[in-house]
Design a binder for this molecule. Structure first.
Ligand code: T4K
Length: 402
């Protein structure tokens, strides 16, 4: 047990340098640099180059899906998939997700309608989705939050019965499965993010996956301005292409994913051990029967039991240079433009409100090891032990939210 005083109580920060959530995993540097040399030698830097094609094939094999179209990021990937699938009017989305899920709709003047979550899974609750269906609803766009699959079957049943399309924001879920089937092949389309902070990292990037031939064809056209060959534009389009250097990083990252899963799982289990038995502190579970990427270490703080609020605990960790994050607080419905457009939406989102106020995401990945995790766990333990002094100091502080 660390007996040094917490930084918030006048001690020295446990970590001399900032320890971030979302530190990228770099993979095998030599393999990456060799690929960068290759693409420079080839002078083929973008526009459906050989590395992008190879990445698309390898992802399709890994996920078991017919079509994979790489994109410059998942947000543009979502926008393209939404437009190619002809969603319009209103689309039901979670409020507990990254803001990009809703922005991808609103950007093209489709109204995101926020439905509440199942607090046990943090994912859209199908029963609540159904309450929001109106004659203007055309689709459900659900997020596999933390890589834990949505109630895919429940959502598919509603979509089928009510004549809606079903798509997934799978930004967190590369390498995860549902009922033994890899995420990527469910619904009409699923979109992965390969952002630097994600499990599979291509600096910036994403991929749209679908088993629908016609949809895949439209998505491919739309990702490249609608070009169907030299000088021949046959469709509305944008520039959603992934570059070769991003694909080089993506391929390198893909080669290392078994090792990365092992690291993430080891970290997750170390946190589980370190935080075991702490009152009011619970770590979300990953199903043992499924494939998981363990990319997120997510803790819920029950203030009534812990004696400290989530924000107070984050304040303690930030003072120690542990930049824990409050994803996805305050909920997309409380961000602009949605807060102004739908000022009362929170009334139908009680579980989103509650969970968003309890969650802390802790650092993991290759940038942290056993020692850091043990220290972070001890810091949380110490914060609970000294809850009264911590609470008193933080109630005088104007900046809980660095
Ligand atoms: N749907 C969902 C459910 C998503 O979570 C996301 C993205 C998307 C869609 C859209 O995917 P993309 O269009 O991005 O492909 C970060 C990421 O930028 C974002 O990609 C991610 N979700 C979201 C959950 O996290 P911020 O606003 O938290 O970023 P920021 O700048 O605060 O960085 C996060 C942490 O990572 C910091 O602690 C610093 C660290 N970091 C970040 C980068 C880029 C590094 O240490 N090194 C780095 O290179 O959004």
């Amino acid at each position: 047990m660390n007996t040094a005083p917490l930084a918030i109580l006048g001690g020295t920060p446990a970590f001399p340098a900032l320890l971030h959530v979302g530190r990228p995993n770099i993979g095998d540097r030599e393999r990456l640099l060799a690929r960068i040399n290759d693409l420079l030698d080839r002078r083929w830097l973008s526009n459906n180059g050989p590395f992008v094609q190879q990445l698309e094939r390898q992802i399709a094999d890994y996920v078991g899906v017919k079509h994979v179209i790489c994109a410059c990021n998942a947000t543009i990937g979502l926008e393209i998939a939404i437009r190619a699938a002809d969603l319009k009017g209103e689309v039901i989305v979670p409020a507990y997700t990254f803001v990009a899920t809703a922005h991808a709709l609103q950007w093209q003047e489709i109204t995101p309608v926020f439905a509440d979550m199942d607090p046990a899974t943090h994912n859209l609750d199908p029963a609540r989705v159904e309450r929001h269906i109106t004659p203007r609803t055309t689709a459900i766009l659900a997020t596999h939050v933390w890589g834990r699959p949505c109630d895919v079957d429940g959502l598919a049943e509603i979509a089928e019965r009510r004549g809606l399309k079903l798509m997934f924001d799978a930004a967190h879920a590369f390498g995860c499965s549902h009922n033994g089937r890899m995420i990527g092949g469910f619904g009409l389309a699923e979109v992965f993010s390969f952002h630097a902070t994600k499990f599979l990292n291509s600096f910036e990037g994403g991929a749209i996956c679908t088993n629908d031939d016609a949809l895949a064809k439209r998505i491919r056209l739309m990702t490249n301005f609608g070009f169907a060959g030299f000088d021949n534009v046959v469709h509305i389009g944008t520039n959603g292409k992934m570059t070769e250097v991003c694909a080089a990083m993506g391929l390198t990252s893909l080669e290392g994913i078994d090792e990365l899963i092992a690291t993430n799982r080891r970290n997750y289990l170390a946190y589980r051990e370190g935080l075991a038995g702490l009152p009011g502190i619970s770590l979300i579970d990953y199903s043992d029967g499924e494939r998981n990427n363990y990319q997120y270490v997510v803790v819920e703080v029950d203030e009534a039991v812990a004696g400290l609020s989530r924000d107070e605990l984050v304040g303690v960790l930030h003072a120690e240079n542990v930049l824990a994050r409050k994803y996805f607080w305050p909920g997309v419905h409380r961000m602009e433009p949605y807060r102004s457009l739908f000022p009362h939406s929170y009334l139908l989102l009680p579980d989103t409100e509650r969970v968003a106020s309890k969650v802390i995401v802790l650092p993991t990945g290759t940038a942290v090891g056993e020692l850091e995790i043990a220290t972070i766990s001890q810091l949380i333990r110490a914060a609970l032990t000294h809850r009264e002094q911590v609470g008193a100091v933080l109630s005088n502080s104007s900046n809980l939210d660095r």
